[in-house]
Design a protein around this ligand. Sequence first.
Ligand code: SAH
Length: 314
Amino acid sequence: MTTDENYCHIPVLKDEVIQTLRLRPHGIYVDCTVGEGGHAEAILNATAPDGLLFGIDRDEEAVRRAGERLKRHGSRVRLLHGGFKNLGTLLSAQGVRAVDGILMDLGVSTLQLTDSERGFSFQKDGPLDMRMDRRSPVTAAVLVNSLPERQLMQVLFEYGEERWSRRIARAIVDERQKAPVSRTLQLADLIRRAVPRSGQGRRIHPATRTFQALRIVVNQELDQLGVGLAEAVSVLNDGGRLCVISFHSLEDRIVKRTFKALTQTEPPQLRLITKKPVVPGPEEIRVNPRSRSAKLRAVERMAAAPAPGDSGTA
Ligand code: SAH
């Protein structure tokens, strides 16, 4: 029997997500970022005996691992490989047009971070890859070795909010003139050398922001998020809820603005459930330091207003 200890990713804000989704049996739910299946497991438990869960991930390895973990739930769980940008299409291929609740738990999983071969971590040596979906053509190494210096700088500035973007871009170009930048530690070291010591915060590694920026571009994360949110809202049943957990300010800004805009349409499409984002308490952060930057925001789909002349009683 497998237990939760067999899995390295600790689901963030799990109880809060379960509570906010207001799960019920018979319902159809979607976990757009199934990862290692931690949240999915909790959703399935809370919707027994007959709630149905679609679990989606861009990473085939995640889909496989989640499949193992969740197999005791049998036909109540269906796992799909793909990006949540295509949520509507993925669901309609399963004969589903509308669902009762959706979760997006953004970013990378601990499984991805700890596997050095995936190239997400600046603390372990591995190929400079960073693709969540290994079938997509562009790796971080491709970007680092081919983008013009100016564009590299812009990427680091825009998606990493990196104040040393100019110096780092320069250092990358210098290095790649000698040899391709192909390893994670090679990149992390050259960044450390490029950033002045006085500018290196004590709290985070100087390569943190560059790695974030490259990961966002490799996986087109902000585009996936913007389109994915719209798709999610469009497949929600009236009263259905969407929960999104973001891990950095660029993501959170998109979530916040999208939710706000859709609560202000006439009539409003959404109702805001979380006036302020829900964040982990000190105990969760102590047990799972990765949770410290998490922000959960949630909305509920509003019933469409009846068309003029429609009495509302069919
Ligand atoms: N909630 C999960 C962990 C999710 S980690 C658990 O409890 O185990 C985030 C996962 O989302 C990763 O596996 C990543 O591959 C996936 N992911 C990120 N962006 C995605 C997207 N646009 N479409 C589908 N999956 C995505």
